[in-house]
Structures are given as structure tokens and as C-alpha cells.
Design a protein around this ligand. Sequence first.
Ligand SMILES: Cc1cc2nc3c(=O)[nH]c(=O)nc-3n(C[C@H](O)[C@H](O)[C@H](O)COP(=O)(O)OP(=O)(O)OC[C@H]3O[C@@H](n4cnc5c(N)ncnc54)[C@H](O)[C@@H]3O)c2cc1C
Length: 543
Amino acid sequence: MTDNAVATRGLPDRAQVVIVGGGVIGVSIAYHLTKLGWTDVVVLEQSQLTSGTTWHAAGLVVSGGMTTDTLAWMAKYSRDLFEVLEEETGLSTGFRPVGYLQTASTPERAHKLAREADFLRLMGIEREPVSPSEVAAMWPQLDASAVVGGYFTANEGRADPANVAMSLAKGARMGGARIIEGVRVTGIDRRDRRVSGVITDQGSIEAEYVVNAAGMWARELGAMAGVSVPLQACEHAYLISEPFDGVSPDLPIFEDPDRFAYYREEVGGLMIGLFEPVSAPWSLDEIPDGFSFGEITSDWDRLAPFLEFAMEILPDLENVGIRKLFTGPESFTPDNGFLIGEAPELENFFIAAGMNSLGILTGGGVGSIIANWIVDGIPPVDVTDIDPARLHPFQTSRSYRAERSVELLGRLHSTGVVAAQQPQDSTGTSADRRFITDSRLRVRTSSSHPAGRTSVGSARMASSTSPSSRTPARTGSICTPPSMMRFATASHSSTYQRCQSSWSRAVVPRQHSTGLQATTWLFRSANVCTRSSWTKVASSSQI
Ligand SMILES: Cc1cc2nc3c(=O)[nH]c(=O)nc-3n(C[C@H](O)[C@H](O)[C@H](O)COP(=O)(O)OP(=O)(O)OC[C@H]3O[C@@H](n4cnc5c(N)ncnc54)[C@H](O)[C@@H]3O)c2cc1C
């Protein structure tokens, strides 16, 4: 039992809200519910608080990649909360505004950063342009000769992820929530179309609302409730060097997205975190039992080329020893968007998962959105890009996750333009592809495609120009990425077509969605896909 957790043993028979998961997201939701006056709140954690993903995060509290108003709001709100939370709880989050420096080494990146800075300024986040010489002055260790420009956000920085969660947990407890460790949820109770409680390894709790904040376990927890939660744990790594000359704790966070890396000080050395373009899904079938404060064996062979690439800009790193290459799991979703909101298949069952490596820096905001949504019955922000209903149930299938998850880390740093120079993947494929999976599918479609020797290129042409019964067409205003069409063609066209036709019929009404189960109700009123038939599609798509 952790010192700062609530040491309450023994389960209540009922609670207004049961939150499953004691990571930063679960405790943040509990904290915010109590702030809104809802105190009959129970957080259940199967092991110890923070023991899933939260404990080993790098702790960047920055606004990189916050390209929608909802994301930007979450990052800004969280940063501001972490700065002052100690005044309320007495526990520091470790937040330090050391500054956040991003560089561009290509014109495409410079354009992307400029667009992002303009947008964030509108959202109240001040990001100033800096010249290559200013970059070199801020980070003298860099070889800035390839840098064409950059941006600096002065009031962002880093926090201690475990302390962020512990401080929120303490605030939740002070507000009346109960946090119970060592209790595993093994089932979800439902009455008709509404959630009615949880079953645990130590008894059941009746509940009006249940929140799935189970991190990388959220897909499995969702399945217990017949709810599709399309996310996959992927390996996510950072290297920690021995002490490095001139590196101090006040060094700004430095992000070099053209080399897929971020850097910060760590005990006098450097932490180099990777968002490599060919990543590795981890544990496709289920998260191993007892995975608590766990670590994945680092795959040096896969990561070394990316590390070398990242070190191009920091030549002196070659002369410094490596203390540790750490790899941990983190959940990623098919479109790199969060899964936040009420499940389309089950009323009062909320999902707060799929954080795509941004769960600490947005954790305060996620908690606030879910808490307000539950209490008010309506989402407090635009939920277009976070609503779980936007994704398809077939995206939970093992084959989809196995094929597509390799793209998800690298896409977070994508400019939308295929880089002129990219590290090769293990099959030697590099710049001539749109998606990493192309090469794999090319092998597969040329050797075993049921329709014969269709090449990837010809499948793409076919899908956009002459829809056939094998190739789902673009219907209405739905725009399906070509690679998704190819994947559907190759692997599971009938399931895909069922989903596709349902979604295409509902796409126009969704433009006016409030996020309030609108998709489901519109499906129902259009007599296209009711909540129960939607669930049926979900279960028949396990391919
Ligand atoms: C190497 C690395 C670096 C990262 N760096 C950053 C960073 O710099 N900034 C940032 O914002 N994010 C970062 N992240 C991402 C961040 O760590 C996660 O997004 C965040 O911790 C997710 O929090 P969570 O609460 O959703 O999940 P978790 O912390 O995993 O919490 C989920 C909890 O649910 C519990 N649980 C699961 N199933 C059950 C069940 N059936 N019953 C009861 N309990 C259950 C688990 O035990 C777990 O404790 C990083 C991640 C990695 C891997």
C-alpha cells in the first residue's frame, strides 16, 4: 500500500461512481468529481497507485502536438493545475517551468510548427519563434547547423508523474473519495442498456456510473462490458545517459521531431525519449497477469538506429556512457486521438483511456472533462476528436492492431509529408512508402490475397475509382484512408463493409452531434444501427 493512498480496505456495497484504475487519469477524475460536490466516489486499483504506466513517464508537461482546441485546453489546464496543486494538497507535483524548445530541420516542419504556434496563441499558450543561433544559445550542446528555426514556450516544462498522481489522489481523498488498492475488477454488471456496477475479486459494488480508466488494460475491461475500446499497448522507450557536461536541471525540454526524439535533464545526464516511426506493439493478446511497476526488455536492435539518428544533433553523446535504456508500455489508438466519453454501447459507462503518451500532460484536463460530463450530463468541450464513438469496433481486432500499431508512435511527430530521409524499417523499406505497413501488405497481397495478385498500388487505385463488392467505396462524406481500404480488402471486407455502411448513413447527422450518445441515437432513429446491433457488429469483428 502506498503511503499517500487512502488505506481504506473493504468494499462498499454501492457507490455513485466507480472508477477502475489508479493511474493519473483515474485519480484525476476522482479529484474533479469531488470538486463538483460528488463525494460518493470509489477508485479501484488492482495493484498500487501509479503502478501501470504512470510511474515511469518522462514527465514532459508541454503543449507539442496540441492541434485542437480540446487538446490545447487540456494541456493548458493541466499545466496550470500542476503548478498550484501543492497549495491545496500539500504534496508537490514536481512541476518546474524550465521551458520547452522545439526545432525544425526541414521547411515542412518549420511550417507545421508555425501553424501550431499560431493556433496555440489563440488558445492562450504563448509560443515564441527562435532563430538557429538562439537555439544554440539555449542548448550549447547541440550541433544546430541543420536547424532552420524553432519555437520556445517559456512557462512549460516537466513534472514528476508519480507525484502528480499522488497529489491528485490526496486531493480526491480530501474531497471525500475512497481509493482502494489491491482490488481487481473482473466483470461489469449491466441492467438492460445501462451499467449497474462492477464485479471484483473481492465482491461486487453497485454503481450508477462506471469509468474505465484502466490504461492499457482498458480494451480488456471494455470487452467485459461489451464495449469496444480500440487501443493497443506499444513499446515506448527512453535512454538515460551518464552525466553530461553542461547539463543542468534548468535546461529546457528540447524536442527534435525531425529526429523522432525529445531530450531533458535526468540526474545530471540526458534523457532521450523516442517516437520512432516503426514502433512495436506489445502483448497483443492481453497484458500479462501481475504486470505492476513493470518494464519491457529493451530491443536494442530495433532502437539503436533511431538512437543514432537522434544523436546526430548531439555529437558529444557518443562520448558519454549509457546508464539505462528503459522501455515501458503505453496505449495508442488507431488515429492517435484520445478515447474520452460515454461508451456508445452502454449508458453511464465512461471511457478515459488511449492517451498516446500524453496522459500526464493532459491528465488534469481529462479528469475535468469526464467529471463535468458525468455531473452535467453533457460534455463541457467539443468532443469531436476524443469521442470513442468515432472509431470502429473492428479496430479492436488483433489483426488490425498487429498491422497498424507500428505506425502510431511516429505519426505523433509526422508533418504529413513523407520525410526525404527516414531510418529504414527491419525489411529495408524507407522513404518510398506512405505507411510502414505498405511493405508488409505488399508482401501479403502479392502472395496470398484472395483476389489474386493485386498489388497495393492497384488496390489503392481500385478503391478510389471503381468500388466493387470487394472494395468498400467512399460513401457520402466519409473519407476512408486508402491504407485502411486496402487493409479491409485484404483481411476482413465483410465486417468492414457492415460498419462502413452504418457509418456512412450516419455521417451527416453526426456533423450536428453534441457528443451525447448522439451517434447511437441517430443510428437508432435512422433505423440503421441500434445500440444492440452495434454491439453485435463489435463482437462479430473479432478476426
Ligand atoms: C516511456 C514513457 C514515457 C512517457 N512520457 C510521458 C510524458 O513525458 N508526458 C506525458 O504526458 N505522458 C507520458 N507518457 C504516457 C503516460 O505515462 C500515460 O499516458 C499515463 O500514465 C496514462 O495514465 P492512465 O491512468 O491512463 O494509465 P495507468 O497509469 O496505466 O493506470 C491504469 C491503472 O488501471 C489499473 N487497472 C487496470 N485494470 C484494472 C482492473 N481490472 N481492476 C482494477 N484496476 C485495474 C492498472 O493497474 C493501472 O494502475 C509516457 C509513457 C511511457 C511509456
